[in-house]
Design a protein around this ligand. Structure first.
Ligand code: NAP
Length: 298
């Protein structure tokens, strides 16, 4: 068996077309959704992600502003810039690109974002709201995964879902989202991490397996049940002298091996990544609608 490839590029492109209609309607009412991205330090991967986010805004007719700060920026200065963005009515969404330089307290910074502009949904109050099943925003990658599965005709309801990774960006919020007592969710969720004894015994009974470990080849074919759906969140650079860049991107899953066992699998690149950006646009448009007092449909 060779698995069906879940095409995140195609699905995200369909979603962006729908979002463009929303933006056009908002612009017709004189509202231009605006995302502010704060980038501290010159990490090349972070700079690339920020460029992609700005480009995605421009393609939908949204505005983006980039706040570039040096790697040695003081925490006070960063917090002051966030205060300025919080009180700027023209800014609807605020995102702080992670990771932050080591000397900065990440939690203090994320807690300083106005929760109603927190489109990445990392503010503790938004994290808590998702956990109690009343989310204001849903973090972009977990939301992107759920939308990708739904749009690909894969129902998670009642399924055994196993997630590898418990980060606050992917694993934990995805768990909270999937286990909501709500139509289209309602899955039975297991989380694995480096403290898990015999991880394969868990991954092998997954009907849907999501891998967000940040390490290539974390999941191999022998760890996957016949017919499982596999979502590979990982993005890792591996040396590749044959590529003009000298590296290529791979996920956390042995794609070639696992595609022979799974019924469907997301590729890297072109799987979860484009969905994450589309959901960031979705959340920013939602923030703009909320700021104008419009009704929000989820
Ligand atoms: P992270 O913060 O480093 O967390 C990794 C998690 O995986 C941790 O919970 C860790 O366990 C667990 N883990 C690592 N190796 C493991 C192993 N061998 N067995 C079991 N568990 C293991 O990473 P992250 O931010 O969640 O990101 C994960 C990957 O997804 C990265 O490659 C990242 O680049 C990618 N990512 C992609 C997107 C996208 O849009 N495509 C978005 C976000 C992240 P412990 O907690 O025990 O340390």
């Amino acid at each position: 068996m060779s698995a069906k490839i879940i095409d995140g590029k195609a699905v995200s492109s369909r979603i962006r077309s729908r979002l463009k209609e929303d933006v056009d309607a908002l612009r017709g009412q004189g509202v231009i959704p605006r995302l502010a991205v704060v980038l501290a330090g010159g990490d090349p991967a972070s700079a690339t992600y920020v460029r992609m986010k700005n480009k995605a805004c421009a393609r939908l007719g949204m505005d983006s502003v980039q706040v570039d700060l040096p790697a040695d920026v003081g925490e006070g200065e960063l917090l002051a810039r966030l205060q300025g963005l919080n009180s700027d009515a023209a800014v609807h969404g605020i995102l702080v690109q992670l990771p932050l330089p080591r000397h900065i307290d990440q939690l203090r910074v994320l807690s300083a974002i106005d929760p109603s502009k927190d489109v990445d949904s990392f503010h503790p109050s938004n994290v808590g709201r998702l956990l109690i099943g009343d989310p204001l925003f849903v973090p972009c990658t977990p939301l992107g995964i759920c939308v990708l599965l739904r749009e690909s005709g894969i129902d998670v309801e009642g399924k055994d879902v196993v997630i590898v990774g418990r980060s606050t960006i992917v694993g934990r919020p995805l768990m909270a989202l999937l286990m909501q007592k709500k139509k289209g969710y309602n899955a039975t969720v297991t989380i694995c991490h480096t403290g898990t004894a015999d991880m394969a015994s868990h991954t092998r009974r997954a009907e849907i397996l999501v891998v967000a470990a940040g390490r290539p080849m974390t999941v191999t074919a022998d760890m996957v049940a016949e017919g499982a759906v596999v979502v590979d969140v990982g993005v890792n650079r591996v040396d590749d002298p044959a590529s003009s860049k000298g590296y290529r991107l791979v996920g956390d899953v042995d794609f070639e091996g696992v595609r022979e066992v799974a019924s469907a699998i997301t590729p890297v690149p072109g799987g979860v990544g484009p969905m994450t950006i589309a959901m960031l646009m979705n959340n920013t448009i939602k923030a703009a609608k909320m700021a104008c007092g419009m009704t929000i449909e989820d």
